[in-house]
Design a binder for this molecule. Structure first.
Ligand code: HEC
Length: 204
């Protein structure tokens, strides 16, 4: 009984259930980032082959990168000088944005869903008044169903940007689980060793 529980515990530690559902959200967010945000924003610290770390196959990444190199960073599709002319500013790189703003992914989510139409019929943003970024999902005009769909996309892309700001986080968690499993194993061994030693002493 006790042995099977220990084995079960070790199994959970070494093969955790984590990551599965979140990973698909990260993947959905990657599509949004590439198809929408990447038109104006770079993610210069993320390369196409990094996308395999979130579970995309090589074939899927090939389809996403088009004629770009596998090792190329996700640079904006617009030239910075064109962006300056169009928006009056160069859209900031998004690789580390989830770390750069207080609130991280929550901030990004609130900002991209924060567009509304004011009394004068102008688009405003309640998180970043006067922002030069357009309402890319047109949430200000959306009806309830449209809003819900946009909010889902915004959540997905925020989760992706949180991953992008620390792509090594998952490796660290995995390593941590192995370390914990090792200590659990060591504790069990030492427990039995202690019992054995005390048994020997008890016989004297
Ligand atoms: C049409 C071009 C365009 C697209 C597409 C676009 N952005 Fe932007 N974004 C901008 C511009 C321009 C700024 C700079 C705004 C400013 O400084 O006023 C900006 C700024 C930002 C900022 C920084 C806000 C801050 O606090 O400084 C974030 C975060 C951001 N965008 C996220 C996104 C995400 C996520 C997407 C994709 C869903 C996206 N953007 C798509 C043009 C764009």
């Amino acid at each position: 009984m006790r042995k099977s529980r220990i084995v079960g515990l070790l199994f959970c530690l070494v093969f955790p259930l984590s990551g599965q559902s979140e990973e698909t959200q990260v993947q959905r967010g990657a599509h949004v980032a590439l198809e929408v945000c990447n038109a104006c924003h770079s993610l210069k610290y993320i390369k196409y082959d990094d996308l395999m770390k979130i579970g995309f196959t090589k074939a899927q990444v090939d389809a996403m990168r088009g004629d770009k190199e596998m090792g190329a960073p996700l640079l904006s599709q617009m030239a910075p000088q064109d962006e300056l002319g169009m928006f009056g500013t160069v859209p900031p790189d998004l690789s580390l944005m989830a770390k750069a703003r207080e609130g991280g992914a929550h901030y990004i989510y609130s900002m991209i869903t924060g567009f509304y139409t004011d009394a004068k019929g102008q688009t405003q943003n309640k998180v970043f008044p006067g922002i030069k970024m357009p309402d890319v999902f047109m949430i200000a005009q959306a009806d309830a169903a449209g809003k819900a769909a946009i909010e889902k996309k915004a959540r997905d892309v925020s989760v992706f940007l949180a991953w992008a700001s620390d792509p090594q986080a998952e490796d660290r968690t995995t390593l941590g689980k192995y370390v914990i499993a090792y200590f659990v194993f060591l504790t069990i061994l030492l427990f039995f060793l202690k019992k054995k030693i005390w048994k020997k002493l008890g016989n004297h």
